[in-house]
Ligand binder design. Structure first.
Ligand code: WTA
Length: 652
């Protein structure tokens, strides 16, 4: 780090620096005219119709938007196919030889897929799915590592109109079965295994365990990735290389209604049951393509790397659909950042000459902890733009990213959005917006956001409150699968007519938005979204546990860390062996991302007189903060007993 950069970091606490777009960057930016905000605000429908106009339509839409809160229909009456827009359109334009993905496996093996390759494999996969009985409207579950077959399977489903649900490879068998059962998937696409930190993840075994608890899956298509031995069910299981490999690379894309369901993605809410977020076709594609092009300033000579996992919404929108719709050359990396060493990411940046990098604050803070010597080993002058997503980025991490990774020359786009929003909603435009480290800045053109108080009144600049979105946007969720009541209740009942995000936010005197984290029972652990109730119900399902309360404790690297207060049957302290067993029990129930960092055995949990667990109090205890008002507590001695128990809290 340059000496002056170091000084900058040290003085950060006192300083509120701003970063104007570099002139040369602004001069050739895809979005360079600040008038775009006004134009979009004045003519929302015109703005989005123009964005949708660059897509290939099979049948033009007759109406841009039908909005009857909380139900939106975008590009009404139109028909298109997403895989055609992502693949055929570019090949037909003579760009088939362009690289769609540089793929790198964790062990170091590589594959290069051009748009022509991706189109061929997608058509073969689509034919294979059809041969397994998948028809338009049937659901397909996808449980794969970060290998090219993952986007191929998604595109193949989109080609034939089969809504898919991708389940992150780190989820357990039980989590997978819950998602299969809710979506009633007919086919499961999985792999023998995947590589992670030098080890092998037993995906097929997990899949089989999941299928033991499901009834809808008829066929399992299995990619051979690790070549390990796997359990096999004849008649149900089929190898990808045998079936897909035998198909013709010819499967005409099915024209689909604008509102045809594209995918379901399960995400955590405030109850133990994940919600199936529904996304549809044309509005989603228009939204992710336009945001991707403008926010990441994508040009033909860019090499774009979004380092998220495709199992999360970031990967759906900004590894697969947005980038491919824009004909982008992207990078996909299968493994962890520290395999074989802590400079793996930077070796990838150097090797593929990555110019745009998009990742999560947790990753940045981890790299900060590892030290600047790892990025310094590599030539990273190809980078020109950096992005952040998934959780608030603290100014220290922002500045480190800017200086050490971006060499002080790359604008940073801190992008706020959610699984439910489908596309980025609050973000800088890198050629226009002057950024402030830690602020996601302003709503994207056409997006209307507000910060309101308990009564739903707009909070004056300088104040804090709840973030709401006040006008519809094309990639917005269309509902919760099979649970309309929950859709209305979760997002639209608190402030009728406005979308309640569940985030706290503040606007400064200049109108910049500062996201302040969740205001509900959702935690953000390393950017992964996990509900406190989900972990609690996993803990309580263990026979030794009487009661559990889970909170997200502030953590310098992972943002939040899972802290569980556990009361055992019989009220005793379970000691280290039980603590370890409970952690593993949660991993088995949900997946390794939900492993509690700390388990504290307490004889009782603090409750109100009506029997509600006082989470706020537990949060204060876990964060070592002075306790607020305890007058509603039924039994004040409980707090003392928990404080006494804190000595036996165990960290990994
Ligand atoms: C949080 C991830 C601050 C937020 C795309 C939101 C952020 C939740 C940011 C959604 C950001 C996402 N700054 N917080 N730039 N981006 N969040 O569904 O709390 O996994 O509600 O989608 O992540 O998480 P999800």
């Amino acid at each position: 780090m340059a000496a002056d950069a170091k000084t900058a970091l040290e003085t950060l606490a006192q300083e509120h620096r701003t970063f104007a777009p570099p002139k040369a960057f602004a001069a050739r930016a895809n979005a360079g005219d600040p008038g775009i905000y006004d134009r979009a605000a004045k003519d929302l429908e015109g703005f989005w119709a123009e964005q949708a106009g660059s897509l290939a339509w099979r049948k033009p839409f007759s109406k841009v938007l039908e909005w009857e809160a909380p139900y939106a229909r975008w590009f009404v009456g139109g028909e298109l196919n997403i895989s055609e827009n992502c693949l055929d359109r570019h090949v037909k334009a003579g760009r088939g030889a362009r690289v769609a993905y540089h793929w790198e496996g964790e062990p170091g093996d590589t594959r290069t897929l051009t748009y022509q390759d991706l189109l061929d494999e997608t058509q073969r996969c689509a034919n294979a799915l059809r041969s397994l009985g998948v028809r338009k409207g049937d659901r397909v579950a996808i449980y794969l590592p970060m290998i090219p077959e993952l986007p191929v399977a998604m595109l193949a489903c989109a080609r034939i109109g089969a809504p898919f649900t991708v389940v992150f490879g780190g989820f357990s068998a039980e989590a997978l079965s819950g998602r299969i059962n809710d979506s009633e998937a007919k086919v499961l696409v999985t792999a023998d295994g995947g590589y992670r930190k030098g080890g092998v993840v037993p995906l097929k075994k997990n899949a089989d365990d999941a299928l033991a608890q499901t009834r809808t899956v008829e066929k399992v298509l299995v990619v051979r990735r690790t070549k390990q031995e796997v359990p096999w069910t004849d008649g149900r299981d089929v190898w990808w290389d045998q079936l897909v490999g035998a198909q013709k690379a010819d499967c005409p894309p099915e024209p689909l209604d604008s509102e045809h369901m594209l995918y379901l993605l399960y995400t955590s809410g405030t109850t133990a049951k994940p919600k199936g977020i529904v996304h549809t076709t044309a509005g989603y594609l228009a939204g992710v393509a336009a945001t991707h092009r403008m926010i990441f300033d994508i040009k033909d000579d860019d090499v774009y790397w979004c380092a998220a996992d495709i199992g999360w919404v970031t990967g759906h929108s900004y590894i697969v659909f947005g980038p491919l719709a824009n004909g982008t050359t992207g990078v996909i990396y299968e493994g962890t950042p520290d395999f074989p060493d802590r400079d793996r990411w930077w070796s990838i940046v150097e090797k593929y000459r990555v110019s745009v990098l998009y990742c999560a604050p947790t990753a940045i803070r981890t790299f900060m902890k590892w030290g600047p010597e790892y990025p310094r080993k590599h030539d990273m002058r190809s980078l020109r733009l950096l992005g952040s997503v998934g959780e608030p980025i603290n100014p220290e991490a922002w500045l480190w990213y800017h200086e050490v990774i971006g060499g002080g020359r790359c604008p940073i786009v801190d992008t706020w959005w959610m699984t439910e929003t489908g596309m980025i909603l609050i973000t800088p435009l890198p050629g226009i917006t002057t950024t402030k480290p830690g602020s996601a800045t302003f709503p994207f053109p056409g997006v209307a956001a507000d910060v309101v108080d308990e009564e739903g009144k707009s909070v004056a600049l300088g104040g804090a409150g709840y973030l709401v979105i006040t006008r519809p946007w094309p990639a917005m969720m269309r509902g919760i699968y099979k649970d309309d009541a929950r859709y209305r209740d979760t997002y639209w009942s608190r402030f009728p007519g406005r979308f309640f995000a569940g985030d706290g936010a503040r606007r400064d005197a200049d109108g910049y938005f500062w996201l302040m984290g969740r205001v509900d029972d959702v935690m953000k652990i390393s950017g992964h979204r996990i509900s406190t109730t989900e972990v609690e119900s996993a803990l309580v399902s263990h026979s030794a546990v009487a009661e559990a309360a889970v909170i997200g404790r502030e953590d310098p690297v992972t943002g939040q860390a899972i802290f569980a207060f556990v009361t055992l049957r019989g009220g005793k302290d379970g000691g280290e062996p039980l603590s370890r067993e409970l952690r593993e029990h949660v991993v088995r129930t949900i997946g390794s991302i939900a492993r509690p960092k700390t388990i504290m055995f307490t004889p009782e949990l603090p409750k109100t007189r009506s029997g509600k667990i006082m989470r706020r109090l537990l949060r204060d205890i876990a964060n070592g903060q002075p306790l607020g008002d305890t007058t509603t507590l039924a039994d004040t001695t409980v707090v003392e007993s928990i404080r006494g128990a804190s000595a036996s809290g165990r960290d990994d």
